[in-house]
Design a protein around this ligand. Sequence first.
Ligand SMILES: CC(C)(COP(=O)(O)OP(=O)(O)OC[C@H]1O[C@@H](n2cnc3c(N)ncnc32)[C@H](O)[C@@H]1OP(=O)(O)O)[C@@H](O)C(=O)NCCC(=O)NCCS
Length: 153
Amino acid sequence: MVSLVPLMAEDGGALEEIHASCFPDAWDRATFDNLLKENPTCGWMATSLTGDPLGFILARIVGNEAEILTFAVQPSSQKLGVGRCLLKALMNFLTSVRCKKVFLEVAFDNETAIGLYRSAGFTPVGTRPNYYQRTGQTFVSASVMAWTADEME
Ligand SMILES: CC(C)(COP(=O)(O)OP(=O)(O)OC[C@H]1O[C@@H](n2cnc3c(N)ncnc32)[C@H](O)[C@@H]1OP(=O)(O)O)[C@@H](O)C(=O)NCCC(=O)NCCS
């Protein structure tokens, strides 16, 4: 069982910790503090019933479009449906504020994330070659994916 709560300005520390558990090139606290202060950012934190942070999703809205900036569930809580709940909450919100397009970048080899995005209606619309740097001098390309609102919405 998880609870979803909107991200607050003071959540930077929790986001930094979860991000560090998921990405080798994790973002620091100052980056999250600045993003959370920006008005057009929005997102959700998933917590356990005892309030422990499990994962989050963070997006930026520009006009009637949005971009998913980052999305992470701590490793011990992955594959339990937490990510799916977070993505659904974000997409419901973006639909409710009449967002017409949502974009994101995802590493070519991130099958779990790509599967989740596809099941939420995202499709590949482009490629960014050698976009992410892995350990050493290894690079991996990113797929740009987009979701488009139903014309009737
Ligand atoms: C991508 C990420 C956020 C997904 O979060 P998650 O909580 O693991 O996602 P879910 O549990 O909702 O779904 C993931 C998988 O678990 C499966 N799953 C969901 N609920 C399940 C359950 N009750 N039992 C078994 N499997 C389940 C899903 O079908 C999906 O399967 P797949 O791996 O075969 O595609 C998480 O893997 C993560 O943080 N990864 C590292 C950071 C990252 O890559 N972020 C995305 C950058 S674009």
